[in-house]
Design a protein around this ligand. Sequence first.
Ligand code: LP5
Ligand code: MN
Length: 239
Amino acid sequence: MTDEYLFISDCHLDSEKPAISANLIEFLRERAASARCLYILGDLFEVWLGDDDPAPAHGELIETLFNLSKNTHLYFLAGNRDFLLGDDLARRAGLEIIAEPVLLNLGHQGIVLLHGDLLCTDDHDYQTFRKTVRSPKWQTDFLQKPLIERQEIAIDLRSESIASKALKKMEIMDANRDAIVSCFEKHDVEVIIHGHTHRPGIHLYPHARTRYVLGDWNPEPSYLSWRGATGFVLQDPRV
Ligand code: LP5
Ligand code: MN
């Protein structure tokens, strides 16, 4: 066991893209097994419609996570695709569900963890939609619908989202600078770690602040590692 902390997001696991699942399973077995903690910062699944979905395509992954959880602490913070992941799946996969913003300290640095969508404050339509689907009442109602109905709604919603994104300027789907600065200030931290935008990178701000953006896994792994001896290292083929 090392003192390593690992951060990933946006795997978007999908039965139609088995290479991503294979890469993640290999990462969990080979890379994460010696880490102290693994933080999964949302959009682990392309879509998660409730823990009653048997999701056979994800069986091996869930078992791999559960085995890993015996030695490595696994945390899950919801994304906009898998915010319906609940306690049942968390138990089966050995995940501890955490709610954003999550604060932690590594070395002498204060850190805040987010999925990243909350920073996209210029995307007003999305933020309105998010408020609706994150309300407990909406989620209870939605989860009471038969799975087949939820799947149909999700297909419609994906089409709506794709159509609506085609009309949005790229900038409005990125993190807003004022939202970033106020996040650093509000939480009094030096580091923000998030995903969601699929624009991996390391961004520097005044007062020795840094924002690490995790990439998606389509199809190569993207992860951030922290160790006492090295600090943060972003491993992404595009950075
Ligand atoms: O996901 P991504 O990266 O492509 O786009 C996101 C935002 N879109 C979403 C929607 C998801 O893609 C849909 C799939 C999630 C299923 C989750 C399970 C719960 C089921 C819920 C069923 C109602 O998150 C996109 C952002 C983009 O990130 C960048 O940040 O722009 O936001 C949108 O496109 C949202 C639109 O702007 C507004 C959508 C209005 C929808 C209107 C209602 C549709 C009716 C469907 C039936 C209830
Ligand atoms: Mn996302």
